[in-house]
Design a protein around this ligand. Structure first.
Ligand code: CP
Ligand code: NVA
Length: 309
């Protein structure tokens, strides 16, 4: 039987998602209980792009569960010299118990999961960032409890992060409004997937060019960098295109009074978010970063440690 993987949040059923969040809460409040659950197990961590949070939260998370993470830079692996994804997946499956991969092409992570006999976790591709969305909605649940009927506003680039947020919002009963400059909308393929989920869940998805309209009535305001990894050459042109899309105190004041500010990080203060908002009383950015580790530990316990959800 093929091992379960996490390539997109859509791989989880609503019941599994509820179970994963419940396990995350237990892992966070009683870390001692899970101390040696992954004893003797190894997780390969393939990085074709930079990382602070993903690398450290997976490595430290594996250590806290009694196992080990193996950092494998794309530059050092034979993958960087032309070895195929398929051979890499099959070889790693003989040595380790799981693979986490951060790649450019989304298909590379899909192919790793196809050829590996062990679980594969998507640690960010050009298309999706499922571990981030899991941590983000877990953070919102900690703040608000039930999320049903609440609205998440995303203001910025239609990128990997918002794709995962859009797919996941209906899974927790949330509406989502996405405001981007023209030409920087989310990929229609993922908008369609998200719309299908929203129809089924009875939630709303709005794509707009107006940040104020998106933020109005929102319980959470989210943004991300204007130029993602791999888009460095476009950074200057994007600075111009995104004028008026900074999340500042004025924009935050259009959301509900209890609204929180989220950002996957790293952030650029003075570009997509003002320093006042990023470091202000509504910001939950560091809780969000911390929760990456708790939710990923729960994921590892489920995928590699036989924990049921
Ligand atoms: N949010 C996130 O994935 O951060 P890193 O790029 O530092 O891993
Ligand atoms: N959209 C960003 C997220 C970084 C965590 C990027 O892909 O660079």
């Amino acid at each position: 039987m093929k091992a379960r993987s996490l390539i997109s949040v859509a791989d989880l059923t609503p019941e599994e998602l509820r179970g994963l969040f419940a396990l995350t809460a237990r892992v966070k409040s009683e870390p001692e209980r899970y101390r040696s659950r992954l004893s003797g197990k190894s997780l390969a961590l393939i990085f074709q792009k930079s990382s602070t949070r993903t690398r450290v939260s997976f490595e430290a998370g594996m250590f806290q569960l009694g196992g080990q993470g193996l950092f494998l830079s794309g530059r050092d692996l034979q993958l960087g010299r032309g070895e195929t994804i398929s051979d890499t997946a099959q070889v790693l499956s003989r040595y380790v118990d799981g693979i986490m991969a951060r790649t450019f092409a989304h298909q590379d992570v899909v192919d790793l999961a196809e050829y590996a006999s062990i679980p594969v976790i998507n640690g960010l591709t050009d298309d999706l960032h499922p571990c981030q969305a899991l941590a983000d909605f877990f953070t919102l649940k900690e703040v608000f409890g039930d999320l049903m009927g609440r609205k998440l506003a995303y203001v910025g680039d239609g990128n990997n992060v918002v794709h995962s947020l859009m797919i996941m919002a209906p899974m927790v009963g949330m509406d989502i409004a996405v405001a981007t400059p023209q030409g920087y909308e989310p990929d229609p393929v993922y908008v369609e997937k998200a719309r299908a989920g929203a129809v089924e869940a009875g939630t709303k998805i709005e794509i707009t060019g107006d940040p104020t309209a998106a933020v109005s009535g929102a319980s959470a305001v989210y943004t991300d960098v204007w130029a993602s990894m791999g888009q460095e050459d476009e950074a200057e042109q994007r600075l111009k295109a995104f004028a008026g899309f900074m999340v500042d105190a004025d924009l935050m004041s259009q959301a509900l009074p209890e609204a929180v500010f989220l950002h996957c990080l790293p952030c650029h203060r003075g570009e997509e978010v003002s320093a006042e908002v990023a470091d202000g009383s509504q910001s939950r950015i560091f809780d969000e970063a911390e929760n990456r580790m708790h939710v990923q530990k729960a994921l590892l316990l489920w995928l590699m440690g036989g924990e049921s959800l």
